[in-house]
Design a binder for this molecule. Structure first.
Ligand SMILES: [Zn+2]
Length: 150
C-alpha cells in the first residue's frame, strides 16, 4: 500500500490522534487523552484503541519506556497532507480541479507569504496551461463524456 492508500483509510478520529502525535513528536496515551480532553470526551481506553490501530496501520511506531508506551509518528505530517490532497484528486474529474482549488483558496485565510508562493506557482502554471483540461473519468462518472468532443 502507498501512503495515499494508508492516509485515505485514516478515520477522522484517528486524524485527531495523529495531529497530537505530530505536534508532540513523542507522546503517551495519557498525554493524548489529556490534550484531546477539551475537544472530545474520549477515555484513555478509546485513545489506546485508536493508538494501536494507528500502529497497525503503520502510521505510528511505539516503544516501551518504563511501565508505559511511547508513541511516535512514522508517517510525517507533510507527507500525510500531500497524500490527502492526492486522494481528493483521484476522486474528482480533472476538469473540476480548477473549481476545487478556487474553493479552497476562497475559503482560506492566507498569509502574505502564502499568497506570494501561490502567485509564483500560478505564473509557472501559466506556462503549461491548456485550452481545455482533458477529462480523466470513467465514462458515465462525469458529464464530460456526454459531449461529443473530449
Ligand atoms: Zn470527467
Amino acid at each position: 500500500m502507498t501512503n495515499v492508500d494508508i492516509v485515505a483509510k485514516i478515520t477522522d478520529a484517528e486524524w485527531e490522534i495523529m495531529r497530537v502525535v505530530w505536534a508532540q513528536k513523542e507522546t503517551t496515551s495519557k498525554e493524548v487523552t489529556n490534550i484531546l480532553n477539551s475537544k472530545t470526551e474520549w477515555k484513555t481506553t478509546t485513545v489506546k484503541t485508536l493508538l494501536s490501530r494507528l500502529v497497525d496501520k503503520k502510521m505510528l511506531g511505539t516503544k516501551p519506556l518504563g511501565n508505559k508506551f511511547i508513541y511516535f509518528p512514522i508517517v510525517e505530517e507533510r507527507q500525510s497532507i500531500d497524500a490527502l490532497s492526492e486522494d481528493i484528486l483521484t476522486k474528482i474529474c480533472s476538469r473540476k480541479v480548477g473549481t476545487f482549488v478556487e474553493t479552497i483558496l476562497s475559503e482560506s485565510l492566507l498569509s502574505f507569504e502564502d499568497i506570494e508562493k501561490i502567485e509564483k506557482l500560478l505564473q509557472e502554471k501559466r506556462k503549461t496551461a491548456v485550452e481545455k483540461v482533458p477529462c480523466n473519468c470513467t465514462p458515465g462518472q462525469c458529464q464530460c463524456h456526454l459531449q461529443k468532443e473530449l
